[in-house]
Design a protein around this ligand. Structure first.
Ligand SMILES: NC(=O)c1ccc[n+]([C@@H]2O[C@H](COP(=O)([O-])OP(=O)(O)OC[C@H]3O[C@@H](n4cnc5c(N)ncnc54)[C@H](OP(=O)(O)O)[C@@H]3O)[C@@H](O)[C@H]2O)c1
Length: 325
């Protein structure tokens, strides 16, 4: 496994997203033992960057990681997020990045994760009610207290990134980025590079669709998040499946899997980014991590880059309103 730096934080250049172990996707929360084995296998394979959030569950995903990382904490660059649970207000699903809420949230995350520090603490979504300077001021205090090593933002736009970075260095921005979700390239990526901020691409496998394994939304459980996601709806799904088939065709030509090709394309975009593919299965973490060794040729990268973008927004309307771009 190769390692890169998100600003001055060294991480494996392929991380592990833990969200789907506890929420959002088919089968989440059904097999914690396999999820814990998956985390352990990832560490054996050299993965260090592990990603969770307070809202995943809520809370159960951090608790699961707390159990999985017992005795292994020092092998991990542990990342979690705050700001989508309002502790003094309306609870989960409500944006709150006020300093008071952050001070409450961090204590809960530390306790559930069984640690005395978080390596990378992200604001999950920009909170329109709290100036980013106040949020980052509170985070800087947590850094000074040793509870947090580095800070990040998620789905933040260029202005917010600049304003945040002026208060305290931002180590990474975590946003959706993959071969068919490239909106960041116009406005956000140039700012990240100018300010030497790392990028952590989430959903690098197109929430599973780019792997070619999902052939119909009927395969998804009734409560699977993707059932309400525009990319999995009607004609969008058909369009996106046809794109996934093209990724699969290239993968077959070079003896790789579609997931590995999708990850290798992301890795080819720079040494300042570390995708966090999500899986709750040992076999898939082995498959995904092996993408570290896959080198695409310039022609193959160009072929993938010329595919159309996915049809449909990345999130439903209510969730899109929480995103800055
Ligand atoms: N900041 C944010 O707002 C935000 C939003 C979304 C996600 N995230 C983070 O990013 C991480 C990754 O994103 P994601 O989980 O949404 O999407 P993803 O990594 O694009 O895809 C995950 C899905 O693909 C499946 N999968 C994984 N490897 C596979 C393989 N080799 N072959 C076939 N299927 C495979 C997983 O199923 P199995 O688990 O069954 O293998 C899961 O359903 C999350 O875990 C989370 O930590 C952050």
């Amino acid at each position: 496994m190769k390692y890169i730096k998100l600003r001055d934080l060294e991480v494996s250049r392929i991380g592990l997203g833990a969200m789907g172990m506890s929420t959002a996707y088919t089968g989440s929360g059904t097999d914690d033992a396999e999820s814990i084995r998956t985390v352990h296998r990832a560490l054996e394979l050299g993965v260090t960057l592990i990603d969770t959030a307070e809202i995943y569950g809520p809370y159960t995903n951090e608790e699961l990681l707390g159990r999985a990382l017992k005795g292994r904490r020092d092998q991990v660059v542990l990342a979690t997020k705050f700001g989508m649970v309002s502790h003094a207000g309306d609870g989960p699903g409500n944006l709150d990045s006020s300093p008071a809420n952050i001070r409450t949230a961090v204590e809960g995350s530390l306790k559930r994760l069984g640690t005395d520090h978080i390596d990378l603490y992200y604001q999950h979504r920009v909170d329109p009610k709290t100036p980013i300077e106040e949020t980052v001021g509170a985070l800087a205090e947590l850094v000074a207290q040793g509870k947090v090593r580095a800070i990040g933002l998620s789905e933040a736009g260029p202005d917010t990134i600049r304003r945040a970075h002026a208060v305290h260095p931002v180590t990474a921005v975590q946003s959706e980025y993959s071969l068919w979700t490239r909106g960041l390239e116009q406005r956000v990526l140039p700012v990240l590079r100018e300010l030497n901020i790392g990028l952590v691409p989430f959903s690098p496998l197109g929430r599973g669709l780019l792997t070619g394994r999902i052939r119909s939304t009927d395969e998804l459980a009734a409560d699977d998040f993707r059932r309400s996601n525009p990319r999995f709806a009607g004609e969008n799904f058909d369009h996106n499946l046809a794109l996934a088939d093209q990724v699969q065709a290239l993968a077959a030509e070079i003896g790789a899997t579609p997931a590995q090709v999708a990850l290798a394309w992301v890795l080819a975009q720079g040494d300042d980014l570390a995708p966090i593919p999500g899986t709750k299965r040992v076999q898939r973490v082995e498959e995904n991590t092996a993408a570290d060794a896959l080198r695409l040729t310039d022609d193959q990268i160009a072929r993938l880059s010329s595919l159309p973008q996915a049809a449909g927004d990345t999130h439903n309307e209510a969730q899109m309103r929480m995103m800055e771009r």
